[in-house]
Design a protein around this ligand. Structure first.
Ligand SMILES: Nc1nc2c(ncn2[C@@H]2O[C@H](COP(=O)(O)OP(=O)(O)OP(=O)(O)O)[C@@H](O)[C@H]2O)c(=O)[nH]1
Ligand SMILES: [Mg+2]
Length: 237
């Protein structure tokens, strides 16, 4: 059976994390790496308690210094690719990504290097998003696809599965995105290295507990990133 390590970045997710862990631990081939950014709500301690409940299956990284989704993923990926697993996954802690759909993402790595959990292919969907949020996400994907020429329908999805070797080949030191555009940067760089990208449908559910970390700065970075990616690539040749 394909073994998987799921990296979950957390910031103030103390209510959601135990529910997520419960779902993930139902899959015997799955282990978890929580990357907590010194959450003021005590998510880090909650994660440690969960790790004690599931010995050998949950690892916790406590970050210090500047927080950020991109930075957390870089630290998490460095650790994850050292582990003897077949695939490494990315997933949000806020229950927007259903752990029951993880096996279909993992299975997709049988004939792809990266598998995206996609809201925008047949069978995919979104539950509980207002029209404004749907429109923003649709536009973001259209914008990214147009500029980067990536062909996947859901380039901004944070639910993903990578063959470990594909992830290990990414030049993590060169990554510059702080926020959500880190996800687009990963995909763009992987495609440049020849990675085969596939999508499987997911149903994305809006968070019910905790707060979104989406901000004006995040949106600004997301608008600039695709242009920066194509510009640096053409400079490098
Ligand atoms: N370690 C770490 N995790 C973060 C940071 N910002 C967000 N996260 C986590 O990244 C995941 C996605 O963040 P969300 O706030 O849900 O962002 P989103 O899904 O784009 O926005 P929502 O619509 O509110 O769900 C969650 O697991 C967060 O806890 C951060 O700065 N550091
Ligand atoms: Mg979310």
């Amino acid at each position: 059976m394909t073994t998987a390590l799921v990296i979950v970045p957390t910031f103030n997710e103390r209510v959601n994390l135990p529910v997520l862990v419960d779902g993930l631990m139902q899959h015997p081939n799955v282990s978890l790496l929580v990357v907590d950014d010194a959450s003021p709500d005590g998510t880090g301690e909650v994660a440690e308690a969960l790790a004690r409940q599931h010995p050998g299956r949950i690892e916790v990284m406590h970050r210090t210094g500047r927080r950020g989704l991109g930075r957390s993923y870089i630290d998490g990926i460095r650790r994850a690719i050292e582990r003897p697993v077949d695939v490494v996954c990315q997933m949000d802690a806020d229950l927007s990504h259903d752990p029951r759909q993880l096996p279909s993402l993992i299975a997709g790595t049988g004939n792809a290097d990266v598998v995206l959990g996609s809201r925008y292919i047949p069978g995919g969907g979104i539950v509980n998003w207002p029209a404004r949020r749907r429109l923003l996400s649709r536009f973001a994907n259209f914008y990214v696809r147009m500029i980067t020429q990536l062909r996947a329908r859901d380039c901004t999805s944070g639910y993903r599965c990578w063959r470990r070797a594909t992830l290990a080949a990414l030049p993590l030191d060169d990554f510059t995105s702080d926020g959500y555009s880190f996800l687009v940067e990963m995909l763009f760089v992987a495609r440049g290295l020849g990675a085969r990208i596939a999508e499987v449908p997911i149903t994305f559910v809006e968070r019910r507990e905790g707060e979104s970390k989406m901000s004006g700065g995040v949106l600004y970075e997301s608008a600039l990133t695709p242009w920066r990616l194509v510009a640096t690539k053409s400079k490098r040749g």
